[in-house]
Design a protein around this ligand. Structure first.
Ligand code: HEM
Length: 229
């Protein structure tokens, strides 16, 4: 087995792991919206996650490492890709009329956006806005001053609510969620071909419909956390 074949499969499997994470992440976040759950439901979910034993190791092994592997090899593949979805002067092939050629290009454009989007999102919500422990309570900063909550989950809920009061943040997160769900579920469609699950044209048509429905459904959950207040 060639090294390139092996690492392509590792990159692909890591991508599937990230799809599973994205699913649970957007599902949990949707419960922050009063339309879906609200403060108590969301706070309980966050507190449950934070009470998990070995959470730090789980985050590193099941999230950070797959993301790092997928991204590093993804960058290698970005450099070795040939794009044919844009009109050219004739010196290179251009077949923009085929939807799969456009999807191939979008898969890679969204990958570049995700590198910056994920870095900004982690820096924003995990570090800059993270609740601080203050004498048995958790404190966040809002436009009206410091606000405290009795549990970490409640403080995170207040922080999320405060952030999505801002229109520029809502717009940025809307683009981020759409980019992530497109990359994840267009990627899931190619993943099923990569692993030999959908080989016939019929199977690929069915899986295209299923992955598009998942894309729209999960995108809707993501938008609920941003706009559903
Ligand atoms: C939300 C995070 C992400 C998820 C859920 C995700 C998911 C996926 C999935 C499922 C695939 C398809 C794998 C296959 O066809 O076998 C894929 C492909 C790809 N991803 Fe990601 N990915 C994420 C982030 C990134 C990032 C940050 C990069 C940065 C470079 C990236 C670069 C790529 C590339 C280049 C491909 C195409 C590989 C190929 O077909 O040769 N991905 N992704």
């Amino acid at each position: 087995m060639s090294g390139d074949f092996f690492w392509r499969r590792v990159q692909s499997l890591a991508g599937l792991g990230l799809v599973v994470f994205l699913f649970f992440h957007l599902w949990t976040n949707a419960s922050a919206s009063p339309w879906w759950g609200g403060e108590n439901v969301y706070a309980a979910a966050v507190n449950r996650i934070h009470a998990m034993p070995f959470l730090g190791w789980i985050e590193v092994g099941l999230l950070a490492l797959p993301l790092l592997i997928h991204t590093l090899w993804g960058i290698v593949y970005l450099y070795s890709s040939s794009y044919n979805a844009f009109p050219t002067d004739g010196s290179a092939p251009a077949l923009p009329e085929y939807p799969r050629n456009r999807a191939y290009t979008w898969q890679r454009l969204t990958a570049v956006l995700l590198i910056f989007g994920i870095a900004a999102h982690v820096a924003h919500m995990r570090w800059m806005e993270a609740p601080q422990a203050v004498s048995n309570e958790f404190e966040i900063q809002t436009a009206a001053g410091a606000v405290r909550a009795s549990s970490f989950g409640s403080a995170v809920w207040k922080m999320v609510q405060e952030n999505f009061r801002s229109l520029p943040i809502q717009v940025l997160y809307t683009l981020f969620v759409w980019t992530a769900v497109y990359h994840a579920f267009n990627g899931l469609w190619t993943f099923l071909i990569t692993w030999g699950v959908t080989l016939s044209a019929h199977a690929q048509n069915v899986s295209r419909i299923v992955t598009r429905l998942l894309m729209i459904g999960l995108g809707f959950l993501g938008f609920l956390a941003i706009w559903g207040w």
